[in-house]
Design a protein around this ligand. Sequence first.
Ligand code: BES
Ligand code: MN
Ligand code: ZN
Length: 500
Amino acid sequence: MDRAATSVKSLKIELSKVKDDSLLIGFFKEKVSLSSELKKLDNEHGNIMGSCIKNNNFKGEKGEVKNVFINKNVKNIVLVGLGEEKKYNFDVLSNTIADASKKLRDNGTESFGIYSESFKNSKLNDEELVEKIALSALMGLYKFNEYKTKDKDEVKNIREITIIANSNKNFENQIKYASIVADAVSKTRDLVNTPPNAATPAYVADYAKGLAKISNLKCTVFDEKQIEKMKMGCFIGVAQGSINRPRLVVLEYYGTDKNQKPIAIVGKGITFDSGGLNVKPYPYILNMKDDKGGAVAAMHIIEACSKLKLNINLIVVTPLCENMIDAASYRPDDVLTAYNKMTVEIRNTDAEGRLVLADALAYAAEQKPQAIIDIATLTGASMIVLGYVGTPFLSTDEKVAEKIKNASKKSLEKVWELPLWSEYEESIKSDVADVKHISDDGDAGVIIGATFLKNFVNDIPWAHIDIGTTVWSKVDKGVLTKGATGATVRLMMEMLREWK
Ligand code: BES
Ligand code: MN
Ligand code: ZN
């Protein structure tokens, strides 16, 4: 996919020497005044900032962006409100930088500088600050134009962002990390946004092969015959109603001693979820191309790990298929035999995600990883739990849960843990098979999904992340743009970069 790249660099330079289209400067509400460095800059520009502040044309309110045209070394000085300092944190920083970047891009700006010192407060260290500024700007600037044929040459783009740093430190590592992770988020968004007639299981598998080639990953693609031969009965059951045949993609990255157990990430890859015979009514059937969000995120997470040369071994397993209506479709009442030989009574063909994951998790468990984390657009019920704000997760292992929570704080991707109490197991007991895949009452939907999946991980420390809601954004705001969000990419990268 063609996406014009935005490059980011950091530079230690006196403010008045900066040459750029625009220069972003942040101000807290309580102290909208000029530091000595800003005063110096302002003196050389006819005190235009100072008078703007004095005349109350700019108050430093959160979200306020005031453009001052000066047409000198810097064409525009952009005053950015940060709101109250005591409420300031990485979330505010991140969304403010992203929103201001979008505004500049839409104004036709081609390059701009960010005076990082003005976005700092006592809670944030220099390294984190530069990394978050870079990642937030790049995420906010994302757009998906692949399927627009008109006005393509009018698509606006920021060519370069310069982070003006006050310190002599070299921020190369932070900018590298931010650029690689932002790229993984953008590529995840691109592929999740790609319509289901294009992004079929075969297409996504070929895409994975392409990633593996350029990023030095081992890639194995199993086709339908091989999946059948492996007796992945649940996966085949879901896949059998579609003309677009399934694929199982396994990607491997070795960044440390091969004898060290890998971490496994399993991603749900339903390229379109019609619901099957339990068809989804309009409008719930819309957007169901996003049902591959877990698989696509996992693929780009492993690619980013390889680019960053992290000292871990990682294996990614993604079952890719389509859930469709056909004479060959699986049905409610069918009993399917999973890869681990458990029999599963089917009650609703729209609960297909947990079936493809059952086999993929059992396959991952067989590789004896130190932990398994699955990422899945598993339930609409995730909306009821946390809305669009955060992502519910569940885990059988306190240490893994702790790692996810720590990564959440660092990555700004909000997650919340739900319990896996044994009482929930009652409601998926089956009269005819070992287990059924849903409960009769539909209560506690997110937890019931995880309770079913737990049967397939064979006591390996495991976590399940349900991105049913957070995979998609309805708004173009802050680091989000309308459409696919790239959910879990930042979260998993923060977890993996510190994995011990
Ligand atoms: N992919 C959906 C979950 C989903 C629904 C994600 C809406 C985002 C928005 C999943 O396959 C599904 O259909 N789940 C059912 C499960 C139910 C039948 C137990 C659901 O959540 O309604
Ligand atoms: Mn479904
Ligand atoms: Zn689904």
